[in-house]
Design a protein. Structure first.
Ligand code: SAM
Ligand code: DTB
Ligand code: SF4
Length: 341
């Protein structure tokens, strides 16, 4: 969806926007279900990158220490625990710039993925930059979705990260799609961006072909020691609006109400679900930061009448739009989708 259409939606009266997003949500997701995803940081801290919101960058004194890659045995323990608690998706994150074929650590990750994928949950990983070969290897090992956020608009990105570019992010997403993995791609609100930046980010994400399978919307959790430590909290109603516009722009994607829920009231979260969010990170820890307690989340979902989603481990990647077949990648391509031809 292009920027001017997104802006027109964003500027609607809130109730009018919610009426529209709710109608689209009901048409595509009539089950009143929320997907529970468990996050695990399999390699924490010491990251070479300078993402100014992140406690795991080695450049900031955030108090997060660099750790080694977790053993497969420990990861399996945590994955089994997540499954027993009702999670249907297990997401493993690593504080790396990226991964490379032939390295010991990537071999270790492939081995971990291969075992986790036998547990009957969707398997998502977020390991930073991927080349075509790394993406294929992850797909073969059993990854269902690759998480790689664009985080903000192309224009604002260089103000937030200087060690890699927005284009680098798009290239990795393309490699994940080409390998047949679903793509989980979203962003963060609260990085000092304008509404225009938020919608330009959504213009990029909603232009992916195939569309992202899921879109995490994070609210900045200001991390002590990082350059954005003093940024103000995102206005919960801005978050609701962003979720509503995302639901309308990418109707079939799971919209994940992601980091920052500890700062939201039950009422604000309820409005986010009404606006179109249908997935959360579940369990009391994100990667390094806090998340609401599992019992608290289950209590809230029950109170508002939402049930939890059943697993779909055989989930296949969304189909590409046929425009790619009509106009193969070339400088003369007529395809307008970013991350497509
Ligand atoms: N290193 C990999 C990468 O950058 O893609 C994976 C891990 S990284 C922590 C995954 C995502 O977490 C980021 O893209 C960002 O959207 C989100 N994130 C990180 N720190 C955050 C914070 N303080 N508040 C909100 N979201 C955050
Ligand atoms: C995403 O968009 N949010 C998650 C997941 N993908 C990997 C990460 C949130 C991290 C919050 C900050 C922390 O725990 O350090
Ligand atoms: Fe490293 Fe990812 Fe954090 Fe950036 S967001 S510093 S790449 S872990």
């Amino acid at each position: 969806m292009n920027y001017s259409d997104l802006l027109a939606l964003y500027q609607l009266h809130l109730f009018e926007l919610l009426d529209r997003s709710r109608a689209i949500h009901q048409a595509h997701w009539p089950e009143a279900e929320v997907q529970l995803c468990t996050l695990l940081s399999i390699k924490t801290g010491g990251c070479s990158e300078d993402c100014s919101y992140c406690a795991q960058s080695a450049r900031y004194k955030s108090g997060v220490e660099a750790e080694r890659l977790m053993s497969k045995e420990l990861v399996m323990e945590r994955a089994l625990h997540a499954k027993a608690n009702g999670s249907t998706r297990f997401c493993m994150g690593a504080a790396w710039r990226g991964v490379r074929m032939g390295t010991q650590r990537f071999e270790q990750v492939l081995d971990i993925v291969s075992d986790v994928s036998k547990l009957g949950m969707e398997v998502c990983v977020t390991l930073g930059e991927l080349g075509a070969d790394e993406a294929k290897a992850l797909k073969v090992a059993g990854v269902t979705a690759y998480n790689h956020n664009v985080d903000t608009s192309p224009e604002h990105y260089p103000n937030i990260v200087t060690t890699h570019t927005f284009e680098d992010r798009l290239r990795t997403i393309r490699h994940a799609q080409d390998a047949g993995m679903s793509v989980c791609c979203g962003g963060i609100l609260g990085l000092g961006e304008t509404i225009e930046d938020r919608l330009k980010m959504l213009e990029v994400i909603s232009g992916f072909n195939p569309p992202p399978e899921s879109i995490p919307i994070n609210a900045l959790m200001p991390m002590p020691g990082t350059p954005l430590a003093e940024n103000p909290q995102v206005d919960p109603l801005d978050l609701v609006r962003m979720i509503a516009v995302t639901r309308i722009a990418v109707p079939k994607a799971k919209v994940r109400l992601s980091a920052g829920r500890t700062a939201l009231t039950d009422e604000a979260q309820t409005l986010c679900f009404y606006a179109g969010a249908n997935s959360i990170f579940y369990g009391d820890k994100l990667l390094t930061a806090k998340n609401p307690a599992a019992e608290k989340d289950l209590h809230l979902l029950k109170k508002i009448g939402l049930s939890t989603q059943l697993p779909e481990p055989s989930m296949s990647a969304p189909e590409a739009n046929p425009c790619c077949e009509l106009s193969p990648a070339s400088s003369e391509s007529s395809c307008q989708s970013i991350g497509c031809c």
